[in-house]
Design a protein around this ligand. Structure first.
Ligand code: ZN
Length: 125
């Protein structure tokens, strides 16, 4: 459901998590954008312990990301949480999160989303 520049829905990976796709017309957009830029210009992030995944909606549109891309981002961010990564991100954490996310997606039979993570270089962090 999109309201005031935010599309929010329960995660398809784990319903305890909420996904919020934030667009420019949201009053939170600039704050979210700056936080994501501080995370190596990531397209999404998880608020540790809060169960909320935020995704830059403008980049979703600009980059023409599909629903499978969104699922891949959800799985990756949930993997960070399950691995206990909080705050600082580094190459090792990103690799671990991708590896777990791929397992999660394959277990859910979402092979297309899993293969996006296998293929990705640096667009999804
Ligand atoms: Zn990450």
């Amino acid at each position: 459901m999109k309201s005031e520049g935010i599309l929010s829905f329960g995660s398809r990976i784990d319903p305890r998590f909420k996904v919020m796709v934030i667009y420019k017309d949201s009053i939170f957009y600039e704050t979210v954008k700056r936080s994501l830029e501080d995370l190596d210009n990531s397209i999404g992030a998880i608020m540790p312990g809060k169960g909320i995944i935020v995704i830059d909606g403008e980049r979703v549109e600009e980059e023409g990301l599909s629903d499978n891309h969104l699922l891949a981002i959800e799985a990756h961010e949930i993997a960070h949480e399950r691995l206990g990564h909080d705050g600082e991100r580094n190459v090792e954490h990103e690799r671990e999160a991708d590896e777990l996310a791929i397992k999660i997606l394959i277990a859910l039979n979402r092979k297309e989303a899993a293969s996006l993570l296998k293929d990705r270089e640096e667009t999804l962090q």
